[in-house]
Structures are given as structure tokens and as C-alpha cells.
Design a protein around this ligand. Sequence first.
Ligand SMILES: C[S@@+](CC[C@H](N)C(=O)[O-])C[C@H]1O[C@@H](n2cnc3c(N)ncnc32)[C@H](O)[C@@H]1O
Length: 311
Amino acid sequence: MEFVHIPVMKEECLDALRLKSGGIYFDGTLGGAGHSYEILKRTSPDGKLVATDLDSDAIENAERKLSEFKGRFNIFHSNFKDFKKIVNENGYGEFDGAILDLGVSSYQLDNRDRGFSYLAADVRLDMRMDRSKPLDAWEVVNKYTKERLAYIISTYGEEKFAENIAKNICERRKAKSVDTTGELAEIIDLSIPYRFKQKGHPAKKTFQAIRIEVNEELDGLAEGIKDIIRGLKKGGRLAVLTFHSLEDRIVKRTFSDLETDCICDKRFPICVCGKKKEIVNVLRKPLEASEEEKEINPRSKSAKLRVAEKL
Ligand SMILES: C[S@@+](CC[C@H](N)C(=O)[O-])C[C@H]1O[C@@H](n2cnc3c(N)ncnc32)[C@H](O)[C@@H]1O
């Protein structure tokens, strides 16, 4: 299947990074290499790029797409949360800028074999970005306890009917395992009362929740962001694109924590915590895609861009 992903808020992200030739940039979520391609093009002739992705399909595609910039980029089949380790092991210095475009690519969602889509019927539940990892969606759906399933669906999917969905999954499991995306979507559909099904696909929130669990999308995100920011040069910027409120909340809190000086009790006469402000939050409010982009690329509708500048 052809690798198709339209980069979201491309101009806004690249403007935020204030790219310059000769700079070195980090793209933690390579995906279709849309942002990476532009970074390399706009930092010609000698700008460098270091990129990571968990998905080997994305890496294979990106190696081809970026081939005209041979010698100027290095791609790692890694989690961007391992940024510090990658930098140390490869002797990179500080970066001029970095970008994270969180979540899944359109390729991952649209490639039905990957088991991310509630629109596909007979596909084994998978949802792994990194297919070398043992935990997949089948394992979560068939092996987790009812309580754990309900917690995940409620917390990561913000789904009101999480308990009912978890109960019905466990009921179905007594007769036979839930093997496919279609079977799971059907159980979810039966678990939500008709009058609550008007907005969007009924399986959307639960599929999001299971995907987040399988790929540990929120675990260690705050620490990963801090490591990347601390790996920037003074004045270097990190641009982060999020697509749901759970991710955005983590980014917002992390920036706010890094933007805060001393956190001592106000009654203390002098600071004893030693905490120093590390960034400026460049955009007071997150930027959203233009109406025009939302029309052309529906994926951009929920996007929020936040930008931090290292002090
Ligand atoms: C939204 S897409 C990125 C699209 C890309 N910016 C472009 O313009 O084509 C997200 C990509 O990040 C990868 N990804 C998500 N979380 C990751 C993580 N923690 N570490 C590395 N890659 C990750 C996914 O596998 C996916 O390919």
C-alpha cells in the first residue's frame, strides 16, 4: 500500500522552528516524512536531521522519500522518548529545533492490515506502531480484566459507556475470543444506547483508548518532552502537535512546569528549591489549523500546536 500522509499545519510548524541552513533538527515522529522533507529542503545545503519512528514501514518509506538529501539525515527505529540515549550513544551535540507530531499517521489508520481502523471488518486486532513489541490490541481486549479494560476505555477514550463496553467484551470472551476489529466494533456498538450514537462513530473513543494503551502513548511523554527541550541550544524551539485533549493536557502542563521558576512555599524568605525557568511558552494559546486546511484535511480539525523556546 502506498504511504500517504498529509503533514498537518506544515507551514505553522516550520515557521515556529525558524529553520536555518547548517542547523541540526530532530523529528521524533517521522511518519510520512512530510515535516522532515521540508526541514531538509529549507536547511539546504548543509542542514542535518535526526529522526525517530516506531514504525518500520514509516522508516522504509522515509529513506526513499528523503534520498535526495543523502548524507544529511539519520533515522532511528526508536521511541522519541529515548532521545537522551540516542544523543549520548551517537555523540550528537545540542539541536537547533525539534518537532513532535503525535499519534498515528493516516497510513497507519488507512492500512487496514494494521488493525487500527474500526471501519475495517475482518482484520486481526493489532494497533501496534512497533510490530516488534509483544503487546497488541488482541492481548488487551482478550486478556485484560474487566476492571482494567473499563479503566483504559474510560481514561484514554473518555468514553461514558466504558463499563458497559468492558462488561460486554468479557461476556463475549466467555464463548470465544474477540479476534477482529469488526467484532470489537460490533460489541461497542451494542454497548452504547442509540440516542448517544449521533455524533461520530460509536467505536472511535474505545479504539483510541486501546491504541493508546498498546503503544504506551501517554507514558513518559512529559519526561520525553523535557529531555528533548534540555537537548536544545539556547533559543532552540520544540513544536508539538497533538490531536486529543489527553495529549494536549500533558504538553500544556509540561511547558507550564518548565516555564516556572522557584516553587518554594511563598512563606519562605529565600528560595531553597533552586528551580529555574527553562523555557518561554511561545504561544500563549495553542494554534489550530486554518479553516481552509480543516476543509482539505479533516485530520487537522483536532490539531493543536504548542511551541516552547529554550532559555
Ligand atoms: C502523525 S504521524 C507523523 C507524520 C509526519 N510528521 C509527517 O509529516 O509525515 C506520527 C508518527 O509518529 C510515530 N510515533 C508515534 N509515537 C511515537 C514515539 N513515541 N516514538 C517514535 N515514533 C512515534 C508513528 O508511528 C507515526 O508514524
